[in-house]
Design a protein around this ligand. Structure first.
Ligand code: UN1
Length: 496
């Protein structure tokens, strides 16, 4: 076996204090991708201590200089894109073009956040008193604990680390134990870019032991989490009680509306990509198709025909269009939802079975699956499946369609296919999700605007760029009043 992937603490690659390791495996075939250290609370403590010590100097590095280092991270990732993209596919399972896209999203974020180093703008406003000025500036929060998932094993660490760093925070990241090596290789880009020691720290291990120790650590001032609702809500309760800054991005039950005037070929393409891209394992994945009754049967026929031809297998093979699920538990959960759908009386129109023979015997594969005759209140139509299962719900018009889109506890992403500009405007106005697409599927957000959802999809600030994006989590406002009159002036009192 090759090298052991260690923790990165205070600029050094260190063994864990447990002396134990675990194996990261390829979900397509069970091959060992590498061996990784299994950390403990002591390792978390060491990493937070390093991040705390580094924070004092890092906050004083001018933001444009921090930006130049992040610009270097972008260049390093761009140079290593091919290698890292292949690693994403080997460790996480998504098909190679998507593995490369995962790395590209991190590159985009790095260039974007590098530029923020020369903005990070606040406000300057007039004072009510003479010879006095007022402004607001963004200041760092301190040390951030970042807990990241496996489904975007390079992109999501980048969404959190890059804005945290440009704002002048230091970080400790605990990546998913399903994709530890992607995170490790990503962190190497920061090391190569010359980020000072202690500014970026990585601790590998389980969520229960390492993740919770990190987010509840008294030296951690802010936490950002992406993952399940169950864990997000638990961490929120823990962090709220400890007075930490907190944000969580937690999933969706995203829907595409297909109207009777839609370009059906385009809508089918969108539904295939939204529903089965990344094997349905995006928080933004399309898991409901809300289809107008007038074109329902034709649309379902076209969609089923295309989905039945998808090639499922190892994402590294050029012919593969859909990869495996991440692990045995994920596969078990998807198969269980398929059973639930059948029990609830939905019609299994395609797929529904695991694929566990031949080349696929050692991977976690499930067929692209379509249910029709789904009603909005079924569990299948309400709960997040996180797999290649798409439910078709028939509706009689736009108003009903929007009611169905909004009738779930999540509010991340939604879309409408229509050629009618008025209908698209109504959907844009009345759909209650953080992201709305017109004539495009529910996946594929770009990094220069805020990412996140309403209601059960998230807690706290959104991620990524733009007004209301990640900078709001990773910085606090400080307001400064400067009186250069040389006399005591009393606001609200000295009026004449
Ligand atoms: C996620 O699934 O958590 O919008 C992130 C998208 C991607 C990001 C998905 N850019 O589908």
């Amino acid at each position: 076996m090759g090298e052991v992937h260690r923790n990165f603490i205070n600029g050094e690659w260190l063994d864990s204090s447990s002396g134990k390791t675990f194996k990261s495996r390829n979900p397509a075939n069970g091959d060992v991708v590498g061996e990784v250290v299994m950390s403990t609370k002591d390792d978390v403590d060491r990493a937070v201590t390093a991040a705390t010590a580094a924070a004092e100097k890092w906050r004083l590095v001018p933001a444009p200089r921090r930006g130049e280092m992040i610009y270097k991270v972008a260049e390093i990732l761009a140079r290593r894109k091919d290698e890292l993209g292949r690693l994403v596919t080997r460790e996480m399972g998504k098909v190679l073009p998507e593995g490369l896209g995962d790395v590209q999203e991190a590159i985009d974020m790095a260039y974007y956040m590098a530029g923020e180093g020369r903005r990070l703008s606040g406000e300057t406003v007039p004072s009510e008193l003479p010879n006095k000025d007022c402004k607001s500036v963004r200041v760092p929060v301190g040390v951030f604990g970042l807990v990241t998932p496996w489904n975007f094993p390079v992109a999501i660490p980048s969404w959190k680390m890059l804005p945290a760093l440009i704002c002048g925070n230091t970080v400790v990241i605990k990546p998913s134990s399903d994709t530890p090596i992607c995170a490790s290789e990503f962190v190497k880009a920061f090391e190569e870019a010359g980020i000072p020691k202690g500014v970026v720290n990585l601790v590998q291990g389980s969520g229960g032991e390492v993740g919770e120790a990190l987010v509840t650590h008294p030296g951690v001032h802010g936490v950002s989490f992406t993952g399940s609702c169950r864990v997000g809500e638990r961490l929120h309760a823990l962090c709220g009680g400890l007075g930490k800054e907190f944000a969580a991005e937690m999933g969706g039950k995203n829907a595409i509306i297909v109207m009777d005037d839609a370009d059906l070929d385009l809508a089918v393409e969108g539904a295939l990509w939204g529903g089965f891209g990344t094997t349905g394992q995006r928080c933004t994945a399309t898991s409901r198709l809300i289809v107008h009754e007038k074109i329902h049967d034709r649309f379902v026929e076209m969609f089923r025909d295309r989905a039945s031809k998808l090639v499922v297998g190892d994402g590294l093979l050029a012919k593969t269009q859909m990869g495996p699920l991440i692990n045995a538990a994920a596969k078990g959960k998807v198969l269980q939802y398929i059973e639930i759908g059948c029990e609830e009386g939905a019609t299994l129109a395609l797929g529904g079975k695991e694929l566990d023979s031949g080349d696929r015997a050692n991977g976690y594969f499930v067929e692209p699956t379509i249910f029709t005759g789904v009603t909005p209140q079924m569990r299948l139509a309400q709960e997040e499946v996180f797999g290649p299962v798409v439910s078709v719900i028939k509706v009689s018009g736009l108003e009903e369609a929007i009611r169905v889109v909004n009738g779930v506890k999540y509010g991340l992403s939604a879309s409408i296919y229509t050629r009618d500009v008025n209908k698209s405007a109504v959907a844009e106005r009345d759909i209650d999700t953080g992201i709305v697409y017109i004539n495009a599927p529910t996946i594929g957000a770009e990094i220069q605007l805020p990412f996140g959802g309403t209601r059960g999809s998230g807690i706290g600030s959104r991620e990524a760029g733009g007004r209301g994006g990640a900078l709001d989590l990773y910085s606090k406002w400080k307001v400064i009043y400067r009186d250069f009159s040389g006399a005591l002036q009393k606001a609200q009192i000295d009026k004449d």
